[in-house]
Design a binder for this molecule. Sequence first.
Ligand SMILES: NC(=O)c1ccc[n+]([C@@H]2O[C@H](COP(=O)([O-])OP(=O)(O)OC[C@H]3O[C@@H](n4cnc5c(N)ncnc54)[C@H](O)[C@@H]3O)[C@@H](O)[C@H]2O)c1
Ligand SMILES: O=P(O)(O)OC[C@H](O)CO
Length: 457
Amino acid sequence: MFMSRQPVLESCLLQRLHVRTRYRMLSRFTSPPAQLQVLPSVTRCWGARVYSCLGPRRSFAPPPSSPLTPFLPARSISSRVKYPTLTMLSPPRSPCPKSKVLVLGSGNFGSCLADHLGDSEHQVYLWSRKQEFVDYFNAHHRNPDYLKDHEFSGNIHAVGPDIPDADFIKDMDVILFAIPTQALRENLIKLRPNLILDRQPLLIFVNKGIETDTQALTLEIIADTCGPEIATRATFISGPSFAKEIVRRQPTSVSVASLDESQAQRATEIFHQPWFRCYTGGDPIGLELAGALKNVYAIAAGMADGLGFESNTRAAIITRGLAEMTRIGTAYGASPLTFLGLAGVGDLFMTCSSPTSRNYTVGYRLGKGEKLEDIIATLGSVAEGVTTAKGLKKIIDELGVEAAIATGIYEVLYEGKAVNDNVHELMARPPSRELDLPQTSGGGHAGRLLAKLGRQT
Ligand SMILES: NC(=O)c1ccc[n+]([C@@H]2O[C@H](COP(=O)([O-])OP(=O)(O)OC[C@H]3O[C@@H](n4cnc5c(N)ncnc54)[C@H](O)[C@@H]3O)[C@@H](O)[C@H]2O)c1
Ligand SMILES: O=P(O)(O)OC[C@H](O)CO
């Protein structure tokens, strides 16, 4: 997944003796996973590498279908079962330098990334707007609402419920925002007076959505609330990354982008680990659009599955969804290449094909005949695609691009169109050319946004 198989096998052969010797030394203290002992030697070596590189977790229950399952210890998800740490075989990269990180938002993704950074020996403060969360987390090192089976890093301290004050913020090296897009503006407005410009921490945003009322991307919300200087340095992380898989240290890769690439590089240095690869880039607008739009197509894919359609239909939605989001992004003024990256096709593919996705689940349940209000009321977590579909519809209309799938999802969610009619209408359209990119003039919407930031297109 993150390296080609041939070099892996070659390096396995070279390291085989070394790894075996180290395992023998280690087995004085602990037994290696039984699975590693019964596999053929080369496979065992690869398994040992994967196992050692990823390191076992306090909570870990690999799904039966996981390709890593043969190499990983079967273990209860209960954290009462402790596993010896084998990370000494391939230790985490030490963070350079060790940072103080404030994570705003203690849902699935905020707490998962807090755990990732805590494991890398950063000093992490996890903010929640709920006092009960703060008390419970500090007493038990568990999240009472999300990822409930996971025991979190001891390097995390929960803070709240008030937004941290200026004294607290001035000590932070990094502030990571893991708050849903619709709630970001109000929180940035509260936080802005506490940010000192000449000692500005690295600001990282991981939300994936479009603000419904304004159709603003996060970059624009930051510019509106904090000014162009802060927005220009803001950094965005996106890509195929389910929280519950990150806390199990499943190999994960993401895109990291900022208009100021030195900031993206800083973020990469803080996040990059052998089990969490970061790829940097300079197109935050494309990265943001890709992350937001894939959620709308995940609703479409889930809906098709819920209706009982199978592989052909899902592959068509993913591929035509990619064509659509690339077209919208290009007309907006983003680079079409960004949509071929992890934040684009990577996340689109994953979210459209996994019931772990909340957006896919919304679509699936709609396909099964449930009402949107009932699904939202019982989902227990945010599905950004629902609100994004609304903001996106206005953007599509303004740009004048053809985006039949996204438009159909908007009509199902907000205009009462029946899911079956949506499929029939999509399929009954006349034939068209497969791949075309729109011409952009004047930099599109991105040009206006960049001008707001004082940047030339
Ligand atoms: N869960 C994932 O695997 C994942 C992966 C990548 C990106 N994301 C993105 O990260 C963002 C957060 O997702 P999540 O999975 O953590 O969502 P979640 O629903 O699990 O948690 C949302 C958190 O935000 C808090 N919150 C909600 N409204 C708030 C407000 N007005 N002020 C302050 N805090 C508020 C909630 O209390 C909760 O702690 C979303 O944009 C999502 O698309 C999620
Ligand atoms: O559960 P979803 O659909 O919000 O997807 C979560 C992440 O965006 C996957 O990368």
